[in-house]
Design a protein around this ligand. Sequence first.
Ligand code: GLN
Length: 302
Amino acid sequence: MTMQQLFFWGSAVLKEAGVPEPELDARYLLLHVWSISFASFLASRNAPLPDNQEAAEKRKQYETLISKRAGRIPLQYLTGTQEFMGLEFLVNEHVLVPRQDTETLVELVLAEQKDREKALLDVCTGSGCIAISLAFLGGYRAVTALDISAEALRVAAQNAQKLLTGHGGTFSLLESNMFEGIEKRERFDIIVSNPPYIPTAVIGGLEPEVRDFEPRLALDGREDGLEFYRILAEQGREFLVPGGYIYMEIGCEQAEDVTTLFRGQGYESLKTVKDMAGLDRVVRAVWPGQEMEKREEGENDV
Ligand code: GLN
């Protein structure tokens, strides 16, 4: 038995199961089990595998992973990692697998926010991929990341430990349903969020990997998919400094609705940015702050 034979067998099983990229996934699982690079696979794939217990165990492990992947468990939950912004994030079934689309949001923030003294809040952090890559690549003074899920926060904490140890600036995690757990006095220069945004009725029609295995909590944006943008628009203002920025990932058909929602709450300088596929993916808004100042003046008058 050679690795090449195992690779062909795995690819065929995955193809039969309707997995979208069977060869690629069979290869990733093989490299994962043997802890080797693609280059060493190419060099050794036709050599017979040793006839020992270690090789037999690895083969069994590979076969188990192929059968799980054939059951449409996402590849990244099997390997336990996903690359995002050039960094390797740990993932499990409690967090959404970081998507390349989401790099559009991180790149926009990095391009527009050069001042490292900024304080940043990530709402619905999941694996922490947005907050941690911004802390790592942007070097912001203070980054806070929150999530409603304690299990997701455990993953984010592991990622922070892995990627931010010895890094300057503070990084804090907070278990919170949207803004509920944030001190009323806290203000941020930048809010970022990739909230759940899929309309509930649409979830049933998604790929089995997403529909059956990724956390529903991270996907379901309620009936019209916009519930969490409403909360971000209404409550985000309370936690932004005047002139503060909010950046959100959106579903590709939500740009107009989200823009209208934020304009309606007094935000300005609305901008939509497309992802690499040319689809609307990020909405940015600026909170001018007048309304809040007016309210504060009103309070002083009393
Ligand atoms: N982009 C994800 C998907 O297409 C959804 C992410 C989200 O709801 N925030 O499955």
